[in-house]
Design a protein around this ligand. Structure first.
Ligand SMILES: O=C(O)C1=C[C@@H](OP(=O)(O)O)[C@@H](O)[C@H](O)C1
Ligand SMILES: C=C(OP(=O)(O)O)C(=O)O
Length: 431
């Protein structure tokens, strides 16, 4: 599907309630299924990826009902899942695949997974390798890719390891497996990644100890159903925070956005660049803190993004690159080779698409060097391409707002993976 993008925006005003967090929505279904009792989740993100997790648990025999943006899950516990009748389709969702690998690695029946063309190219060895060390029986194409089969398995051994990639998905998969292991497991991260699994595990009555970057997990199989509201997704709010920063004469409020410190790196980077963003109405009654972001347009200057900050901004790097094209000076992003194994190689897709609009971007194996500012307009093409990657499509829709030429987005439907209501939300706040 091709979509005409909105160009030459004059200002963004008003208040937007940002859709629910994708990472938390996935995990809410998982813990809800494992708990005893009825879990009620409000402001669940009904995006393509989260719907894959929801459908996977329905296929595993978990009763789940939907009313508006509320999901009700009747928990069955780890021992109450049923053999799925068919292979499970995980679509485009890396989070569903990797977390489910750990969660389902000790079931008394085999389970087959497959996914779309993009997901079938994403590395799974990072999860399959450690799970095999624990005793899981997993067979995958070329040992690393979907489609794969988790064989029936009655035993998982505890593990002590340093997780070799800074990845919340790998960490979370191993936490789910460790809950079912025969002893105490210790996982050490090389950098702090998003900690929603750890927080939700505690919220559902489980135990996990954290000492610096090391987590200690004992076997446990008793979780208590919960009721909560999923905070707005910082990674979705980021599109509007940048749009309001870059489009002159804007003042926008993004309501009830998740402010978990492992997710707010984008606000730090933009603030360093000179953005005017402040936080109001913080709600810290629950473990996943949320608040409003108030964003006023401002000029940006270049920055450097590297090292342990990368994990915190991993999904926002396409937007940081866009910000850098509008900033005074040279921005360098390093230590971000993980971008090459996302839905697309995001170093290449960001550079290819923004260059069409006149951006001056050099790519490196682990990042990008961006020389700004450059006006954005159709230079080599007036059609930009999501390449089937939601974050690229959404970033390009923000870039288009600054362009004086009319642009078309190829494969605009990709945005449904994380932000189906984006274009409706955008219309609501444009002058
Ligand atoms: O755990 C999660 O919910 C996620 C972790 C990140 O992936 P990695 O763990 O592969 O870095 C992120 O890119 C993804 O959008 C969601
Ligand atoms: C990388 C992403 O998601 P996933 O790994 O779940 O496909 C993303 O949402 O940008």
């Amino acid at each position: 599907m091709d979509k005409a993008l909105i160009a030459n925006a004059q200002g963004l005003h008003g208040t937007l309630t940002i859709p629910g967090d994708k990472s938390i929505s996935h995990r809410s279904i998982m813990f809800g299924a494992l708990a005893e009792g009825t879990t009620v989740i409000d402001h669940f993100l009904f995006s393509d990826d989260c719907k894959r997790t929801l459908a996977a648990f329905q296929a595993l025999g978990v009763p789940i009902t939907i009313e508006g943006d509320q999901v009700t899950i009747t928990g069955v516990g780890l021992n109450g899942l049923k053999a799925p009748k068919e292979p499970i389709d995980l679509g485009n969702s890396g989070t569903s695949t990797r977390l489910l690998l750990g969660l389902l690695s000790k079931q008394p029946f085999p389970i087959d997974f497959f996914g779309d063309a993009s997901l079938s190219k994403r590395p799974m060895q990072r999860v399959i390798g450690p799970l095999r060390q624990m005793g899981a029986q997993i067979t995958a194409t070329a040992d690393d890719f979907l489609p794969l089969t988790i064989a029936a398995n009655g035993q998982l051994n505890a593990i002590e390891m340093t997780v070799p990639v800074a990845s919340a998905q790998v960490k979370s998969a191993l936490i789910f497996a460790a809950l079912q292991a025969d002893g105490i497991s210790k996982l050490t991260e090389i950098a702090q990644t998003r900690d929603h699994t750890e927080r939700m595990l505690r919220q559902f009555g489980g135990e996990i100890e954290k000492d610096g970057l090391t987590l200690t997990i004992k076997p446990q199989n008793h979780f208590v159903a919960q009721q909560f509201r999923v905070p707005g997704d910082m990674s979705s709010a980021a599109f509007f925070a940048l749009a309001a920063t870059l489009v002159p004469n804007s003042e926008l409020r993004l309501a009830q956005v998740g402010l978990n410190k492992t997710r707010t790196g984008f606000l730090d980077v933009l603030s360093r660049m000179g953005a005017d963003i402040h936080v109001e109405n913080v709600d810290s009654r629950i473990d996943e803190v949320s608040g409003d972001l108030v964003v006023i347009s401002s000029a940006l200057k270049a920055t450097t993004v590297h090292g342990t900050e990368i994990a915190n901004v991993i999904d926002e790097i396409p937007l940081i690159a866009l910000a850098a094209t509008q900033a005074e000076g040279t921005t360098e992003i390093s230590d971000a080779a993980e971008l090459r194994v996302k839905e697309t190689d995001r170093i290449e897709t960001v550079a290819t698409e923004l260059r069409k609009l006149g951006a001056n971007i050099e790519t490196k194996p682990d990042g990008m060097i961006i020389h700004g500012p450059t006006p954005l307009r159709a230079v080599t093409s007036d059609t930009v391409d999501s390449h089937g990657d939601h974050r690229i499509g959404l970033m390009l829709a923000v870039a288009a707002l600054l362009s004086h030429s009319q642009l078309t987005l190829h494969d605009a439907a990709a945005i449904n993976v994380s932000y189906p209501s984006f274009f409706t939300d955008l219309k609501q706040v444009l002058d």
